[in-house]
Write a protein that binds this ligand. Sequence first.
Ligand code: URA
Length: 271
Amino acid sequence: MNPLTRLVARDAATSRLLGADFVPMYRARGPAPGLAPVGPVLVEAKPEPARPEVVVVSRPEPARPPAPGMGSAMDDLRARYERDAPHSKFITAHTSIVWGEGDPKARLMFIGEAPGAEEDRCGRPFVGRSGQLLEKMIAAMGLSRERVYIANVLKTRPPDNATPTSEEVRLCAPYLFEQIGIVGPEVIVTLGLPAARALLNTTDSMSHLRGRWASFSPPSPYARAIGVMPTYHPAFLLRSYTAENRAKVWSDLRLAMERLGLKPASGNAPG
Ligand code: URA
């Protein structure tokens, strides 16, 4: 079997067995002594050993104080964002504001960098190819997208999906920080470097940040330490869908699940 056929067959087998093809699976070393081989045996990749916590002090600049409003704190914050329109101070390619969505009291929040073309069209975060992979990751954690909250650092699409500049992040992040405070999750998983850097106020590399717990405190009156687990962006995983990268992301998600007391979706448990 050529390597590509083998890869496709392995991913198909993983999907069949687990319903979540991103969970990295490796061929077991061989049948136990005395047992006849019964076809491919796949086992879940072992989580990587725990890495020491990165201590980063995040210093979010506060967004302007909330204006009195009739709606929920989230509605008020969104209205304030729309009034302030921080994105009007830089070039965008947006037709809609992609605010974020999910359980307003979710225990787990995912944060990406900025909406892409599909997200801009629908006004919803992570609905394109990256979003489909993110949904598989969430399903593998035994959750659904409705049970988590998903948002981005920038609420508007950058031209050519460019990486947000530090100035764009500086202008928009305060609204995200307050959004996090309102949801009040126990754990945040950041997807990709810009989100990790925005929350953790660091310029560290992804290889240094991912797989290690860090902490973020939203601004007053929500201030309390929230565990942050940085991992790769699904778009990176799609570009480089290797067993090694899938294992790293799954290991990061397992750490988040451990902290939340979650078990993997049935069928994803180690065989
Ligand atoms: N990439 C992101 O970072 N966010 C989205 O909403 C979609 C793609």
